[in-house]
Design a protein around this ligand. Sequence first.
Ligand SMILES: Nc1ncnc2c1ncn2[C@@H]1O[C@H](COP(=O)(O)OP(=O)(O)OP(=O)(O)O)[C@@H](O)[C@H]1O
Length: 307
Amino acid sequence: MGTLLAVRAHGIGKCFGDVVALDGVGLEVTRGRIHGLVGPNGAGKTTLLGLLLGLAVADSGTLEILGVPVGRALAAPDGVAGFVDGPGLYPALTARQNLAALAALHGEGPRAARVDDVLDQVGLTDVADDRTRGFSLGMRQRLGLAAALLARPRLLVLDEPSNGLDPAGRRHVHGVLTRLAAEGTAVVLSSHRMTDLEALCSEVTVLSGGRAVFSGPVGELAAAHGALDYRLVTPDPPAARRLAASTAGGEVAGDTDRLVVRAPVPALDALVASLVHAGVAVRELTPVVSPLEAAFLALTERQEARR
Ligand SMILES: Nc1ncnc2c1ncn2[C@@H]1O[C@H](COP(=O)(O)OP(=O)(O)OP(=O)(O)O)[C@@H](O)[C@H]1O
């Protein structure tokens, strides 16, 4: 089984002086999956990603990357690429020159030959000969991803890769990550955007105050939260309000036109059936916040309250 895991971390602890950044964190990332790390500011995401990249060493716990136990030395594990706190770029060099310099650093002809290909993959061909000094945050992020792709990583680690991306940039980055995962690369990324996580990740770990409060399939996290607020739009709000109020466990709020119903999913199913039965059309029934976001808020707020 071990060979299927790109990352196997158990009981990871990391302190910076008095600050406990990670407190007994476990993480398992399967090859070929995109695993999201989410959590409030200061939750420990960047610290954990730094450990995966070999930029720091854990104080306690065990960490195995691509089947190899990570030792005490600061070194990037074989087969791992990525960046935290933004990619390191030479501002006086063009995008193409930055990648060529990186390839030369590794003394490898094959990497140099792939420079144009990776620039194309991240959608930077048109600006390949521009100095990176003038690059926007989104362009830097995409160039950082291109640099990581040069290494043909089996584990790709990215801190907030969607930061600063416009919709076209996001499409390129999502396309690259999805393709890599389909080819068997494991991707671990942090993000504050629930929409990115929903679109990209099959697994997610929620960190809060240095602890993993959830780790598993995205669907399980979204389902972890029972009752959600749903916006209900019908042509007959008074009738809808009456029926919603009589639905088991349902709370109804909102103005006369758009009702907000708080109920678990089975109660909503029953409500829709009774609306249709009463001849009231359902024009819209959507969660006010995404189920993933609601679960995230519930989990992290619960953890904050315990501290
Ligand atoms: N080099 C460091 N020296 C001292 N404290 C640090 C250092 N790096 C991180 N910390 C502290 O460790 C905790 C976790 O920080 P980390 O950057 O890992 O969180 P994060 O989840 O990535 O936050 P954000 O979403 O704001 O990027 C924070 O309290 C932070 O202040």
